[in-house]
Design a protein around this ligand. Sequence first.
Ligand SMILES: N[C@@H](CCC(=O)N[C@@H](CS)C(=O)NCC(=O)O)C(=O)O
Length: 216
Amino acid sequence: MTPTITAFERSPDRGRGLARDMRVRWALEEVGQPYDVRLLSFSEMKEPAHRALHPFGQIPTYEEGDLALFESGAIVFHIAEHHAGLLPIDAHARARAITWMFAALNTVEPPILELTTARLLEGDRPWSKERLPLVEGRVRDRLDQLSSRLGDADWLDGPFSAGDLMMVSVLLRLKSSGILNAYPNLAAHVARGEARPAYKRAFDAQLAVYTAVSTR
Ligand SMILES: N[C@@H](CCC(=O)N[C@@H](CS)C(=O)NCC(=O)O)C(=O)O
């Protein structure tokens, strides 16, 4: 059965891979599962029909028969569990790859999101100049720790897994800030993710949506 995901009709990042349907598209491409996409405007995301699928009125969602999921992490985990290619077979290696998914979403993404908020939404507040270095410091702490763990390995734990997919997706949010330049091994990890054919297909599909909408 072909799953259907939801995505922004007009993504705020202009289809540059930051909206979280990207993670889901990438996972689906990695496992070779075709999918349909339902595009939503910001107002449609807040309507009852979509809130029935996503209590917080966000994207992405995932529908497959009578299964409806929200949260990009849960969706990627579901895909990884039901197809070969994103999680190792060995039980311990599998558990570690899942741990990296949680680490990306629970430990690394929050300070990065905080930084985005501080820069984009709070930059004009009187206290912003004082707060920004603190928030940046928290991001750098996490990157220092992650960089030490990754060392000179290609991927976080053995072969590429859903853990890398999620970590690269999260780190990509920092790309335009230049912060990653201080961490060559993390920048290389991100670049390895972006170089994967499945990533490129997902990126192109997401960008095509924005390009089509903006030329209408
Ligand atoms: N934790 C959620 C976050 C979902 C999320 O923040 N989605 C954004 C797009 S990347 C969204 O829908 N923003 C619009 C809004 O919140 O109104 C996930 O990982 O799926």
